[in-house]
Design a protein. Structure first.
Length: 86
């Protein structure tokens, strides 16, 4: 399954929200991918999540397979929707 989200954080996806994305991705037993501008990376790697370079207003598609895929996508979506992540 997959779902697209808009990055709402004015500073984009930096270290703190990226860590939350990785934690959420690890809820899922299978692959969890982030896609932006034809670049697709594993959401289970902090380096990959940061490398995608998601900035405020960007659309990122999250796809996941396996147990807890829907929960992982929704949790990641919450991070993208957050205006600020502490």
């Amino acid at each position: 399954m997959e779902k697209s989200f808009i990055v709402m954080n004015p500073t984009g996806i930096h270290a703190r929200p990226a860590k939350k994305i990785v934690e959420a991705a690890k809820l899922c037993s299978g692959a969890v991918l982030l896609e932006k501008d034809d670049k697709k990376v594993s959401a289970k790697s902090l380096v990959n999540v940061l490398a995608i370079g998601a900035k405020h207003g960007d659309t990122v598609t999250v796809s996941a397979e396996g147990d807890q895929a829907e929960a992982a996508i929704e949790a990641i979506g919450t991070v993208f929707a957050a205006v600020e992540v502490h």
